[in-house]
Design a protein around this ligand. Structure first.
Ligand SMILES: Cc1ncc(COP(=O)(O)O)c(C=O)c1O
Length: 487
């Protein structure tokens, strides 16, 4: 376990420039609030859409496992109530929330850390436990942040494949552990696939690991689990095992945009993690929202009920369509559609955003939404698969402009299009008021599929802010315009 270096000493394997680069990446991710429009050079980016204006754009957003019901109403009131205290510093380390969580989980406050989303906690865990001279073990495919952070910090990452049911394979993970393993992570239930591991399997697995290996269990989707054989690894923490359990308020509590998460763990591990944290990463509105949301059992029940209903509806429909899906204990599921990239792109054209990747080319991952969103998803999927069966999709289409999805994790937006015939193409990006910000292509383009990234800058090189934008493709006599959201 690594403790934070004393001031003035270099962190092994991590140059200041590399660290700043990674941190400043937050700006590209849209996590740093844009400067007020008035402060921008004139003509740079103009109007920045507010959350209220963006609200309508989120329909069909089945790609980030968010809560379609919105935040807990009690959390919204708590956030509103916190506004008059905006001029006062908040708890330095979210002490009020940690005290509530200590009671909830029957542990000491010193066994809890709260942060700016599970994302911050995972980064802190990588700083505390990933060692450039050692390795970390993670399942694959699984939530990639921790192994990416650990790799970025110089550790080597050893991946263990999932089992035949797409569940985390504990024996495959154990086989990756060696004398240089400093930390092992697993996500339970697994994201992106959805299966859950039982309580006793995990406890026995931890007990069999060498004592020098710290264990992180990411339980971001804990509240959605229906499997009676499951129990949270919080019990392992209470029994004194060397475990850190991560939770988030982004999922069932509906606070993804508010940014708050926490971890509960063995006191030694938590104090190593906390030594890397700066104070005040949890704002007062976030902390108050989280405290209120914890007590909003009605909102939790409504959310889980809707999620189960949405999954059941989709699974029944997918059964009728003869499509294989992976049973899931989360608010998302994967379905085998044969050509995941194509179906994802066609769904996006219809305004339904799902995800695809993770070395699973036949699958798409679909987050549960409102019942209306699920019905729209099924209807569009049927249309797309019917068109595929008729041999219509692919390049024979005149032109297809992929309804793209914003990807705040990469900080750049990719725009894909397919051309049936070579010819002159013009692809431009516009502000929501219709002002042209950038011409991305203006010239001859070969037939075929093309993808390009917009770096989020206008013609003068100024970054544009979060908000709604349009891009327009003109190819021959075909003109298509699509909306995109930059977060
Ligand atoms: C398994 C898992 N861990 C962590 C996170 C990040 O959570 P947060 O929004 O709290 O940063 C996610 C988000 O999708 C996730 O799926």
């Amino acid at each position: 376990m690594k403790q934070r270096n004393p001031p003035g000493r270099n962190c092994p394997g991590l140059s200041r420039r590399a660290f700043l680069g990674a941190t400043l990446g937050g700006a590209a991710l849209g996590l740093i609030p844009p400067a007020p429009a008035a402060a921008r050079p004139s003509g740079a980016s103009g109007h920045l859409a507010t959350a209220g204006e963006l609200f309508r754009d989120y329909t069909g957003r089945l790609c980030y496992n968010e809560n379609p019901l919105g935040p807990s109403p009690l959390a919204m009131t708590a956030m509103a109530d916190s506004i008059p205290m905006g001029h006062r510093y908040t708890d330095w380390y979210a002490e009020s929330l940690r005290s509530d969580l200590a009671t909830l989980h029957s542990v000491g406050s010193n066994q809890i850390i709260a942060g700016c989303g599970a994302t911050e906690i995972l980064r802190l865990c990588a700083l505390a436990f990933a060692d450039p001279a050692g390795n970390v073990v993670s399942p694959y495919p699984s939530y990639s942040q921790f192994p990416s952070d650990a790799g970025f910090l110089g550790a080597s990452v050893r991946y263990a494949d999932l089992d035949a049911n797409y569940a985390v394979d504990l024996s495959a993970m154990a086989a990756q552990v060696d004398a240089n393993t400093t930390v092992l992570i697993l996500t339970n239930p697994n994201n992106p696939t959805g299966p859950v591991l039982g309580a006793s399997e995990i406890s026995a697995f931890i007990d069999a690991l060498p004592a020098h290996v710290a264990v992180i269990i990411d339980e971001a989707y804990h509240e959605y689990i229906q499997d009676a054989g499951y129990a949270s690894a919080m019990e392992d923490v209470r029994q004194g095992r060397k475990v850190v359990v991560i939770r988030t308020f982004s999922k069932v509590f509906g606070l993804a945009g508010v940014r708050i998460g926490y971890a509960v763990g063995h006191q030694d591990l938590i104090s190593a993690v906390r030594s890397w944290q700066t104070y005040g990463t949890v704002s007062r509105p976030a902390m108050d929202a989280a405290r209120a949301a914890l007590g909003d059992s009605q909102h939790i029940t409504d959310t889980v009920t809707l999620c189960n209903q949405a999954k059941q509806y989709c699974f029944d429909e997918l059964d009728l369509m003869g499509l294989d899906y992976i049973p899931s204990e989360t608010n998302f599921f994967m379905v085998d559609v044969d050509n995941g990239a194509w179906v994802r792109s066609e769904l996006a054209n219809a305004g339904i955003l799902v995800r695809q990747g993770w070395g699973m080319p036949q699958h798409i991952r679909v987050s549960t939404g409102t019942m209306q969103e699920m019905e729209d998803f099924i209807t569009e999927l049927q249309n797309i698969l019917a068109a595929m069966a008729r041999g219509e999709p692919g390049l024979p289409r005149i032109t297809s402009l992929d309804g793209n999805q914003p990807n705040p994790f990469r900080g750049a937006t990719s725009i894909g299009f397919g051309l049936a015939h070579s010819g002159r193409v013009r692809l431009e990006v516009f502000s929501i008021e219709g002002r042209r910000l950038r011409t991305l292509i203006d010239g001859p383009v070969e037939a075929g599929r093309h993808t390009l990234r917009w770096d989020g800058r206008d013609t003068q090189g100024h970054p544009v802010g979060a908000g709604s934008y349009f891009y327009r493709l003109i190819a021959g006599d075909v003109r298509e315009t699509r909306r995109m959201i930059r977060l």
